[in-house]
Each structure stands twice: as C-alpha cells, then as structure tokens.
Design a protein around this ligand. Structure first.
Ligand SMILES: [Zn+2]
Length: 493
C-alpha cells in the first residue's frame, strides 16, 4: 500500500519531511515498493529483493544477486576469484585505489534528450572513449514514466518514481491548494524524497550543482550555497559550465566537492524542433561530445581523470512527430465532450481531472468507446485509463498530483483539442518508457568501474544507490535495488 506515501503528498503546506523524520508507516510505505537504501558489496544479508517490483531491470539484478548468493553460500576457498567470474567481471579486476584525490568524487553529467544511439550519429570521440574505458548500459538507460525532463532528472537523483518524489510531470496541479507546479517552482513542498546533493550534505560532504532540476530547492542540510549551486540560466555557455566544474578541482583537496552535477540542454533542444533524424541532431551530438572532451582534457591536465567517477547519462530519448499523427479530442463529442478546463496536459501524457460531480470511470468508458469506434482519427493510438488501472510497471498512480484519468499515446502520436493549421514535423518525448526511442545512455567511468564492460539496461531509479555506494554513504529509502550497485561496481580487493 502507498497510502502513507500519499499522505506526505497531501500535506502540501508542510515542509518536506526528512525520511528519518517520517512516521514509521511512511517509511514502510516507501519501502513497500522498494528494496533498501543501503548497499554493500561485502555482506550477503543485503542481497534481498522486493517481490513487488516487477521490472525487467530487477529481473536482471536478480540474476546478479543469485550469482552473489551463490558466492556467499559457497565454502570455496577460491571465493574471491569466483566473485569476479560469478558477477561478470574479469578475473582479477578490483576497485583501483585513488592516485591523487583524498576522497571519491562522483560527477553526474546529463545531456538532455540524448536518445540511445545518438552516440553513433557523429564521430563522438569523447563519448566513445568513455564507453571503451568504462561501463555502459548495453541497450541504454531506461527512463521512468512519464519520460519527461523534470520527472526523470529528479528520479535519477532520488531513486524514486515520480509518484513518490512528487514531480509527476513538468507541470501539474496541486489538488489540495489548487496552484500549479511549473519548472520554476522551487518551494520545498513540491520536491519530495532526498536528492543526492542533500544526502551528501547530510553526511557532511560537499556537493556542487551546475544546474539540475531540484538543485535550487532548500532541503535538509542542503541550502543551495551560492559558491557551489548555480541558479538555472540557460544562456550560460556550455564551456563556462565545464570550466566551472574543472575549477572546483583546483580548490584545496579537502574542499573539493564529493558530488557534482553538470547539465546541458542539448540535444533535447534540437530534437524537439526537428526530430531525432536530422543533420541538426548530428551537429548537436558533436557539440556535446566536444564539451565532454573539454571536461576530460581538463581532468587529465590535473592528473585526476582516473580518480573521478564520471557518470554520463540522459533523461530520456526522442521520437519524431508529424501532423498526421494526431488525435483530436473534439472528435469524441458524439460520445463525450471533454472541456479544456478538465485537461491538465495533452501530450504525450494526456492528463484529465474531471470535476468531483463527474464520474472518472464514465469518462474513461465513453472516451474509449469513441476511440475504438473507428470514427475518431487515429483513435486506436490512444488508450485511456483510470490512473489506478494503468499497467503497474509504470508506477504512476500513488500520488494525488497525478490526474485521475491518464491517456497513453502510441509512439510518435500527439493529442490536441482541435484541428489547427501550420504544424510541421518535430520531435517529442514523454511516452511509455517501454518504447526503445525513449531510452537514453548510461556510461560510467572511474576507479570502481571495469573498463569496457557492458551491463544490461536498467531503470534510472537505480542510480541513486549506485552513487551513494561509490561515495560510501548510507542513502535514503528509495525505489532502487540495494543489490544493484554490486552488479555494476567492481569488488574491493
Ligand atoms: Zn529532457
């Protein structure tokens, strides 16, 4: 059950509770859809699973955990070499000691809208270098639903699905207060969960954010300090962002932040304008690759590239959209009229909140009747659900911020109110996270990552535990698996 988690969200006037301050039932509620926040690469007691999580990535993690269980229940004297073999690492591969830095550092780099496969569109020598010398999700990083920028960036840093971290869309209504969340809302009440910069700060470590959704929000020990927390300004040149991060490594070693974020808006920006298959995308990929090259060169110049864990990822992919792939809600009028005031978002996530006197079930039934009639253009490409009837793999119901009715749109299709003119082809994202086009990349390079290794694709809620494991921190409860880090990170010698 998730009622306790929901109760957190239905108290919008309250400050976001620190997980440690949650009543026990709230913690249990979070844990009911998660495994554990802690992670270990030494103790078999941590190889536990939640039978409630039925995603592909967890099935994959289970395979790794089985391998670990085999190890720890084995009395073989050759246990440590079995570890490498059983977990897919090369024999004799262990965590490499830091050469220069006094403590582990994780730098999380996001290329917005970097669809999996973009790395093959241009020469991209720096991305490919990171892949060749690091660990890559073989078929890309799986985003959370909805595959939108704010929900996904915040899932990456909290390990929570949007229903639990509260950022259920790029914009949505607070049903209690009736006001709207926008991408400029920085009040702590919107942002639930514990992001990595807060976890670091709570443990007395320094974090630095050069843009990331949620980073400007004051939470726990995190106050978004001006020295290490940039307020979002899309006009800041990419070079300046990279050079600022590099400058942090020129600080006295005790002051170098342990966790950092770097965010670039490209190639999402171009993807929306022209779709994923356009020369502009090729150019944008080459440009963000140059920025990665600038970062690597700066780290090498300082002699610390091999000491730092660089995690390169994106929040979601991109798919082409076009005029003729649209479903118009006003064509449903013979069955039901959907007033614009009911519609919170149109596309690709159709979110409808009818007033209390209207039965959501009736609306869903009438809409689906019309869509299935064959008389609504592209009707078969939209399926409408009560949110509690959505496939459980989407984890998209346990928040009253999610509208009561959700329409799932087929890949590349859009929903609009009424027919209009002058549309051109472009690109979009936000669709079902099962679509391959919505996947992004994951590449990790650093002392705890094996060089040239591929791991099965996984959902981005696993990254929180991965980072806390590298930094040796105890993280907050989340939807990731506690056994996941051991499936990706090298064992200690
Ligand atoms: Zn995005």
């Amino acid at each position: 059950m998730v009622s306790a988690a929901m109760s957190i969200m239905t108290s919008p006037g309250m400050p976001t509770p620190h997980p440690k301050e949650d009543p026990p039932n709230a913690t249990e509620a979070l844990l009911s859809t998660t495994t554990s926040s802690s992670s270990s690469r030494t103790s078999p007691s941590h190889v536990v699973f939640s039978s409630l999580v039925v995603t592909t990535c967890v099935a994959v993690a289970a395979a790794f955990a089985f391998a670990f269980a085999f190890l720890f229940f084995s009395s073989s004297a050759a246990a440590s070499s079995s570890l490498s073999a059983a977990s897919g690492f090369s024999r004799g591969s262990f965590v490499r000691p830091l050469a220069k830095l006094p403590h582990p550092v994780v730098l999380l780099v996001s290329f917005d809208g970097f669809r999996f496969g973009y790395q093959y569109k241009a020469a991209a020598p720096s991305i490919r270098r990171l892949i060749a010398n690091g660990t890559e999700a073989a078929e890309g990083l799986i985003p959370v639903f909805p595959t939108l920028t704010f929900p996904n960036h915040y899932s990456i840093v909290t390990g929570l699905y949007p229903a639990y971290h509260g950022i259920v869309n790029n914009r949505f209504l607070d049903p209690a207060k009736g006001d709207s969340f926008t991408m400029k809302s920085h009040e702590p009440r919107w942002w639930l969960g514990e992001p990595l910069w807060e976890t670091a700060a709570n443990h007395g470590l320094t974090a630095a954010t050069f843009f990331w959704p949620g980073s400007e929000v004051t939470k726990g020990s995190w106050s978004c300090p001006p020295r290490f927390c940039r307020l979002y300004d899309g006009s800041v040149p990419f070079e300046q962002r990279v050079d600022t991060i590099l400058g942090y490594f020129d600080l006295p070693s005790s002051e170098i932040p342990s966790f950092m974020t770097l965010y670039l808006e490209d190639p999402d920006h171009q993807g929306h304008q022209v779709g994923p298959d356009d020369p502009q995308i090729t150019d944008a990929v080459a440009r963000v690759d140059q920025m990665l090259g600038r970062l690597i060169a700066g780290l090498e110049k300082r002699g610390i590239f091999e000491d730092i864990t660089v995690i390169l990822l994106g929040d979601h992919g991109m798919v082409g959209t076009c005029d003729k792939k649209i479903i118009y809600l006003d064509e449903l009028v013979p069955w039901i009229q959907i007033p614009t005031s009911w519609v919170q978002t149109y596309s690709p996530v159709l979110g409808i909140s009818p007033p209390p006197e209207v039965s959501p079930s009736e609306v869903v039934a009438k809409m689906n009747q019309g869509l299935a009639s064959g008389k609504v253009g592209n009707g078969k490409y939209l399926q409408v659900y009560l949110k509690e009837d959505l496939p459980t793999r989407l984890h998209y119901s346990a928040s009253d911020r999610i509208p009561s009715i959700i329409g799932m749109v087929a890949e590349g299709f859009k929903v609009e109110e009424t027919r209009s003119e002058n549309k051109e082809c472009g690109g979009s994202h936000g669709y079902d996270n099962a679509f391959f086009s919505m996947r992004s990349i994951f590449v990790a390079h650093g002392p705890q990552l094996e060089k040239g290794r591929k791991v099965p694709s996984f959902e981005n809620v696993q990254i929180y535990n991965l980072v806390t494991s590298i930094l040796n921190l105890t993280g907050a409860p989340n939807n990731g698996s506690s056994s996941f880090p051991a499936s990706v990170l090298l064992p200690f010698a």
